[in-house]
Design a protein around this ligand. Structure first.
Ligand code: ADP
Length: 392
């Protein structure tokens, strides 16, 4: 019987999962990938095989039923036992958004670590409690299954101190109010993968453009700066998040417009970004096909901010050897890549239009001073790799 590693990414209303073989290959081999969505209201379950073909689906839970993280995990484990009898899950690796200042690498979970990570919930209130709920639930359902936490912040712990500090009083900085950075599992995956494409590259900016979006400056495989800071709301505008914004706006809205904390949180995380600007959709595909001028303007703002941060990250790196696009928009939208790169002639960047339309991997022209790549990210694979390493 083959051994497998279960990867879990638990959110407020969904649990995404994948199973990888626990073999020795550098890149763990995917067996299945699935998700349970609509936990709070209308659950649906779907699984695909390694080739991306749907192999199972269930939508008919009694209408209006709500599943807890525990019930959803129990269903997933039962499904794996029943349908994947040839693979025995020997460990679970979790995506955990925040590792704070202490956790700079993946860690085996025990009662002490779980308690530590729960203390960090206020730093990531929209994600951490759900990550931890799944960990606790799984510890009850399968107490003997080793569990590992893999952090979105860990890859950024190598950033120089000046990149981590806000200009705040020392006491606040020392108590943990500082820039952490997120999407670290994605950046780490790209940092591992990039030498396959371009072994000579030292200074690279990776643009992880998905419904959550950020950019990272990587030197010699290590993060030195990123656009997300204390929370996942900083930096680029995203599907529904503002991105970086003058904090004075928040004060003004609270003092003069009657916003309370909950209303501010909803505004910053759920009602803004591409959705707020366009009034049409949070999905880049909708905006690119819409005839609404506000949709076009939302795309303009997104592209402009990517350009602006690229300049900042290039300065942090003292120059640039490669630019990489990844995640939903970065991997799938030639138009956005084209709009960004067409304004980078000052850097000597020139696109190969055909390669860009075809999705790369190299999309820059041969005479481009700096190569541009499209590299699909794979956070689940990174989690499986860490889990394997921690257990060995
Ligand atoms: P996340 O993992 O943060 O939920 P993804 O990385 O899956 O997000 O990216 C999802 C986003 O990618 C979608 O909201 C959509 O805007 C964008 N996207 C996917 N395919 C395309 C495409 N062909 N063109 C433009 N945008 C796309």
């Amino acid at each position: 019987m083959e051994q497998g590693i279960l990867v879990i990414n638990a959110g407020s209303s969904s649990i995404k999962f994948a199973v990888f073989g626990n073999g020795d290959s550098l890149e763990p081999e995917l067996r299945v990938k699935g998700q349970m969505e609509g936990l709070a209201s209308d659950p649906s379950f779907q699984v695909k095989n390694a080739e991306g073909r749907k192999i199972d689906q269930r939508d008919e839970w009694p209408h209006g039923s709500a599943l807890s993280h525990a019930s959803a995990l129990r269903y997933i484990l039962d499904w794996l036992r029943e349908k994947m009898g040839q693979t025995q899950v020997v460990a679970a690796g979790h995506r955990v958004v925040h590792g704070g200042l202490v956790y700079d690498r993946a860690v085996r979970l025990d009662a002490r670590v779980i308690a530590d990570l729960e203390q960090l919930a206020p730093l990531a209130p929209l994600h951490q409690p759900h990550n931890m709920a799944a960990i606790r639930a799984l510890a009850e359902i399968a107490p003997d299954l080793p569990q590992v936490a893999c952090f979105d912040t860990a890859f950024h712990r190598t950033q120089p101190r000046v990149a981590q500090l806000f200009a705040l009083p020392r006491a606040l900085l020392d108590s943990g109010v500082r820039r952490y950075g997120f999407h670290g599992l994605s950046y780490e995956y790209i940092a591992h993968k990039l030498p396959d494409y371009a072994p000579e590259v030292k200074r690279v900016v990776v643009a992880h453009l998905g419904s959550g979006a950020s950019m990272c400056a990587i030197r010699d495989g290590k993060s030195i700066e990123s656009t997300m800071g204390f929370t996942t709301v900083d930096g680029l505008p995203m599907g529904t998040r503002t991105g970086g914004m003058d904090p004075g706006v928040v004060l003004y809205l609270m003092q003069d417009r009657g916003y309370d904390v909950k209303a501010i949180e909803k505004l910053l995380y759920k009602e803004s970004g591409l959705l707020g600007l366009s009034g049409v959709s949070n999905d880049m595909r909708d905006l690119l096909t819409s005839t609404d001028p506000h949709a076009a303007e939302a795309v303009d703002v997104f592209v402009y901010q990517v350009l602006k941060y690229l300049g900042a990250l290039t300065a942090a790196l003292d120059g640039l050897d490669a630019l990489v696009f990844t995640a939903g928009i970065g991997e799938n939208s030639p138009e956005i890549r084209e709009r960004v790169c067409s304004r980078l002639e000052w850097l000597g960047i020139r696109l190969d239009q055909t390669a860009n339309q075809q999705g790369g991997p190299r999309i820059s022209a041969v005479d481009s001073a700096i190569p541009v790549w499209v590299i699909p990210t794979n956070e689940e694979s990174m989690i499986a790799r860490h889990t394997r390493q921690v257990l060995r």
